[in-house]
Design a protein around this ligand. Sequence first.
Ligand code: GTP
Ligand code: MG
Length: 301
Amino acid sequence: MGLFDKLKKGLFKTKKSLVEDTEKLAKGRKVDDDLLEEFEELLIMSDVGPQASAAITDALKEKVKQDKIKNERDLKAAFKEEVTKILKEGHKVMCAGEKPYVVLTVGVNGVGKTTTIGKLARRFTDQGFTVTLAAADTFRAAAIEQLDIWADRAGAYIVKHQSGSDPAAVAFDAVQSAQSKDVDVVIIDTAGRLHTKANLMEELKKIKRVVSKEKSSAPHEILLVVDATSGQNAITQAKIFHETVGITGIALTKLDGTAKGGIIIAINQELDIPVKLIGVGEAVEDLQDFDPDEFVEALFG
Ligand SMILES: Nc1nc2c(ncn2[C@@H]2O[C@H](COP(=O)(O)OP(=O)(O)OP(=O)(O)O)[C@@H](O)[C@H]2O)c(=O)[nH]1
Ligand SMILES: [Mg+2]
């Protein structure tokens, strides 16, 4: 199965709730304000978020007024256009520049950080880059083992200390080791933490500070991993992590498990942080660069 088909398959449930249900709603009906009110409700139910839902609906209302939307087909086309606009605004992909290129990965518990790191590492090594993983989730021994397995699969180096040790020290050692071995990419795993726990958020600041002592331009990417099934809480998480450490990109995981993939539209509308990666399944190739055009095609096509 090609990447686009995997994306399509991963977005199956979201396509149903976001696109097919809105098509059904409009079928054989006159497109008017009443219909668009119901349409807006459907968007909100699909986790598109109040702001983006209102923005899309307002744009459609305007087009109805101008007589540009007459039937369900016009409605779908205009809807697609508005979603594309929102997803394209401020879009960026991840690209390794400096050497070593240091990626710090953060997020709440269980969102898919370690899995995303493993898949990302594999992608980089497949492309011919060398990679060092930093096991800075020292909270549980199992977390270090999990990263070890991924390092093995990806053919990456791993820097690890004993569980319970200082995560910032692990991150520092990993960057130092990468510099001495001339490694291309360093990816730092961290323990999941609730954005509401101030002391744990301080720890992330420390990791960031310590890494920049070893290489002043690092970390080059601070990647927030967000679970697509967490609904509007994803926005709150992003805001607080951003305030604390300054997020440069979002990896949105588990889009395959949910009908609420509309959250990606809410994230794009409400935050100035680009979604760079999406997870549409458990396999390595299910971590994809977020490409707004392809995403919209997979959803509406
Ligand atoms: N279906 C699906 N499952 C995913 C995806 N990404 C991650 N997972 C699953 O999510 C679960 C948790 O993943 P982890 O990578 O351990 O999450 P984590 O954020 O590192 O968790 P903590 O370190 O405990 O905070 C695993 O079972 C993964 O296989 C995805 O895109 N799709
Ligand atoms: Mg983990």
